[in-house]
Design a protein around this ligand. Sequence first.
Ligand code: DOR
Ligand code: ZN
Length: 343
Amino acid sequence: MTQTLTLRRPDDWHLHLRDGDMLRAVLPHTAAHFARAIIMPNLVPPVVTGADARAYRDRIMAALPKGADFTPLMTLYLTENTDPADVAAAHAEGVIHAVKLYPAGATTNSASGVSNFDKVAPVLEKMAEIGLPLCTHGEVTDAAVDIFDREAVFIDRVLDPIRRAHPKLKVIMEHITTSDAADYVRSADKNLAATITTHHLVINRNHILAGGIKPHYYCLPVAKREVHRLALRTAATSGDARFFLGTDSAPHTDANKLLPCGCAGCFTAPNTLSILAEVFEQEGALDRLEAFTSLNGPAFYGLPVNHTTVTLIRKTPDYPDHIDTPDGPVTVFDPAMPLHWTP
Ligand code: DOR
Ligand code: ZN
């Protein structure tokens, strides 16, 4: 039985770090294992200009523990007022690596997102021209659409029209949760990829709702039926270069999770690598874990792979069930299964 597992140092292609005290509390958990991460811009107020992204990047660098080797890859939050020239300048300076599309109202801090997709066409055209990828939160916000169908409907109503209008635009469907999304990604010949979270490989909607409501398993897009979780496992462990890790680790204090209207998000940064190794071993695909965590993402983003490595050993991991922050405790995602790999 394999006792150690050495991977090129992983990257996280979708991460929420927040700001201030929360940033300082959660950043060390990602920096301990990951070399780079695509940083989500849904702060309050959001990161909308190149200057905002530069300032946020500086705050992240200042919050890094001494000696940490971690590079934040910044993104801009796309609004109907985003200036294509500002986007191009921030990209040319190397400040940003993607632009994030939130349909207005789809999730946490998405109120400044896009309602009229025609209005952002000039930005998307500029991004296609300069090779800057678009990250998408792939859910429609139409109240008439069932929450479990919102991803599939987004593909038909929003994503496919955008991709037809801008065929050279590189698009990442983030945190996919359905077989529909995995199939759509496979159907594209190029310029389309998807990230998959750690938690969506582990939980289905029963984890949230059966036997009592479990707010710590509530995230967006919400976990779907078991058949979809299995489809995500197939995609993630296939070695197909179009699928890679974006944890969507999204810290909220317990006080904000356990409300009558609690926040969406699972905080997986402390135990993500242990969980992924477990999932890939269950699927008989440990030899493909490195492609998912460390190779496919850089290839799609056009960045070099990392040269350092991380070694996991076969040992029960020791991680806290919550971390303390000045804002209050943040619960660490419980995979509800024994884990056997320690980074
Ligand atoms: O579960 C989620 N949490 N999904 C998102 O899209 C946003 C994120 C957050 O910022 O908390
Ligand atoms: Zn997210």
